[in-house]
Design a binder for this molecule. Structure first.
Ligand SMILES: Nc1ccn([C@@H]2O[C@H](COP(=O)(O)OP(=O)(O)OP(=O)(O)O)[C@@H](O)[C@H]2O)c(=O)n1
Ligand SMILES: [Mg+2]
Length: 389
């Protein structure tokens, strides 16, 4: 990075870390990606990098002022300060500026609106650091204006609330009002973008509170959620599941009552086939595939896996155990390896059974015995039952 920094300094272009990365650095979490902002225009950057022999990566960001430079085998995304002039709630037409405050003003949340100079100076025009320390999520300026620039910001508000806020219910009333007034704007946002945000909300804190709020503020209907979501079930499941690293779909299925709820979600959000199948699986089995009373509570789940012909049944059953709040059984299941049936047709032939039909029937019978034993019997024990019979 040093070499890159010197290039900017020589040309007297300003360069600072921007947005989400500053938020993460100040809250002690390692940022996933570090975005930079600069006063240099894309043309100026291109010229500077090209004449210094730095490789540029072609990407689609240039129209919005983003240049990607490849230095020390790392990509650096550097975006020119900008003002969004026309927005249709999804895309913005931009004008470049050298005014840092103007660039901060067009960002969504105060905690996302800061810049950090490479000398460690913090540039914070909207009290983002104070909000971050107080764990407050607020829009920059007028909430309705920020939301109308990009309706997806409604869901970003929920996502960052779940990540940063300490307790449920700590919202400004004007923010809630602006969300309610503009919820319909989400109808025009693509399902894929919504699903990315919704999944992050489902994996964050205060899920139950936030989803309830999505309903209260009339957002739910525009993002593919069922009209009458089962919020009590979500309360219960989300409480149990908190520390179990569930998949987003596992949390979400608690809201669902019928298969159509999964189908409708998929129609709106274009979820993956795997996510859809997990939804159907949990819906079908959540009340009926349950632990056994007695010494082998895990047995019904193991039998289900052994009887199933699909490869990913285990991972679905693990999600089911999370859903059901069976913490101890989940641990045991995670340590369980699918046993392989120890007897083959060859073993039976060696014992003198030569007819194909008989071999088939014997194997079937032994498989049943093996299942009854909880998959504990070995080859010898199994073959000896055959002798007895
Ligand atoms: N709808 C959006 C999306 C992004 N931003 C701004 O662009 C920055 C970078 O966006 P992005 O990488 O999408 O989000 P991050 O805040 O960095 O969060 P993450 O950790 O998920 O990357 C944000 O911090 C915010 O300043 C915005 O104002 N409005
Ligand atoms: Mg980011």
């Amino acid at each position: 990075m040093r070499a890159g920094r010197e290039l900017f300094e020589k040309k007297k272009y300003e360069l600072r870390i921007a947005g989400g990365a500053v938020r993460d650095l100040l809250s002690g979490t390692p940022p996933q990606d570090v975005d930079f902002a600069t006063t240099a225009t894309p043309e100026e950057m291109k010229e500077m990098f090209t004449s210094a022999g730095v490789r540029l990566i072609n990407n689609k960001g240039e129209k919005h002022g983003t240049i990607t430079a490849r230095l020390h085998e790392q990509n650096f995304e550097i975006t020119t300060l900008r003002i969004d002039i026309v927005t249709d709630g999804r895309h913005a037409e931009v004008e470049f500026t050298t005014d840092w405050e103007k660039d901060a003003e067009r960002r969504d949340l105060t905690v996302n609106s800061m810049f950090l100079g490479l000398d460690g100076t913090l540039y914070d025009f909207f009290n983002g650091y104070e909000d971050l320390k107080n764990k407050k999520i607020r829009f920059v300026g007028k909430p309705s204006a920020r939301i109308q620039e990009d309706y997806l910001r409604i869901l970003r508000y929920f996502r960052f609330y779940g990540r940063i806020a300490e307790k449920p219910g700590d919202h400004e009333s004007r923010t809630l009002q602006a969300i309610k007034d503009n919820a319909k704007g989400l109808a025009g946002i693509s399902g894929e973008r919504i699903w990315v945000e919704l999944k992050k909300i489902l994996l964050g804190n205060h899920v139950s509170h936030l989803v309830r709020l999505l309903y209260e503020l009339d957002v739910a209907q525009y993002i593919g959620l069922p009209v009458h979501g089962n919020l009590e079930e979500l309360d219960r499941v989300s409480k149990n599941i908190e520390d179990q690293c569930p998949k987003p779909m596992t949390v979400l299925t608690s809201l669902f009552k019928v298969k159509d709820d999964v189908t409708n979600l998929d129609l709106r959000l274009k979820i993956s086939k795997e996510e859809k199948n997990l939804g159907f699986f949990l819906l079908k089995h959540r009340d009926e595939l349950i632990k056994a009373t007695g010494p082998e509570p895990l047995k019904p789940y193991q039998d289900f896996i052994m009887d199933s012909r699909e490869a990913n049944t285990i991972s679905k059953v693990l999600e089911l155990l999370k859903y059901q709040g069976e913490e101890q059984l989940l641990k045991e299941m995670q340590q369980w390896t699918v046993p392989t049936f120890p007897v083959s047709g060859h073993d039976l032939r060696k014992m003198g059974i030569t007819c194909g039909k008989e071999i088939g029937a014997a194997l079937q019978q032994l498989r049943e015995e093996w299942k009854k034993s909880g998959y504990h019997m070995d080859k010898e024990e199994l073959l000896s039952c055959l002798k007895k019979a």
